[in-house]
Design a protein around this ligand. Structure first.
Ligand SMILES: C[S@@+](CC[C@H](N)C(=O)[O-])C[C@H]1O[C@@H](n2cnc3c(N)ncnc32)[C@H](O)[C@@H]1O
Length: 215
């Protein structure tokens, strides 16, 4: 399972509060290239479950027209996100905001229409109510034509890569409410009910997918 992120992976702190997840070192460049290819390079971004905060830091360094708001349910994650924001040489990192994705009230971010929402590796490492709330939130808060970007492992119409099936079992042994979800059977119907349509699914390294919904 060494190529898969889990919540308990080692997240070393460099001394200034910025934490680092090994999974991000592996996926941030493929995600950057995908953002460039999909034209997700400008506008106001709301990230759900920002974790260490590295994706926002890396992608705002790369794309100078992105303005990125961090959020997480977890105070330790938000502390790291704040440290990344403080270390940035620009003012386009905002938050962190306290957001529980499963809630239908995301507090201060509700008043705004967002160009892009991003969530990396949350869907399988949280109870499914978090994904349900994430999709409802994207339908509620994205601008018309705005995008929701998800990254992680998925089953597709009942088919799952053996490494993802093993990873899912491993996750469920840690928490029975976690597990790899089926994109087509579990997410797409909820996304459509929320006013989103599936725009693109791009295979990524280690049997992950980038998933792009459009409102
Ligand atoms: C595996 S980490 C991924 C973090 C980061 N996106 C990354 O790729 O490194 C899963 C994240 O989901 C967050 N999370 C879990 N349940 C959540 C919920 N209901 N609402 C918001 N965030 C949640 C955790 O706090 C954690 O930061």
């Amino acid at each position: 399972m060494a190529d898969k992120p889990v919540a308990l992976e080692d997240r070393a702190d460099g001394g200034d509060g910025r934490r680092y997840a090994p999974s991000t070192a592996r996926n941030r460049e493929p995600i950057r290239d995908l953002f460039a290819a999909q034209g997700l390079t400008a506008g106001d971004v709301l990230e759900i479950a920002s974790g260490t905060g590295e994706h926002g830091a890396f992608l705002t360094d790369t794309f100078p027209r992105l303005r990125w708001t961090y959020s997480d349910i977890d105070p330790a994650g938000r502390a790291s996100q704040e440290a990344w924001r403080n270390a940035a040489e620009h003012d386009r990192l905002l938050g962190p905001v306290i957001i529980d994705a499963s809630s239908d009230d995301w507090g201060e971010v509700e008043g705004k229409a967002w160009d892009l929402m991003v969530s990396v590796n949350m869907v399988h490492i949280s109870p499914f109510v978090a994904t349900e709330g994430l999709l409802r939130g994207a339908g509620r808060l994205l601008k018309p034509g705005g995008h929701l970007f998800l990254y992680g492992p998925y089953a597709r119409n009942g088919e799952i890569a053996p490494s993802n099936a093993a990873f899912s079992e491993n996750l469920q042994s840690r928490d029975p409410a976690w597990g790899v979800r089926d994109l087509d059977r579990q997410l797409v119907p909820l996304a459509e009910a929320a006013g989103l349509h599936l725009k693109d699914v791009v295979p990524m390294p280690a049997n992950n997918f980038s998933v792009i919904f459009r409102r």
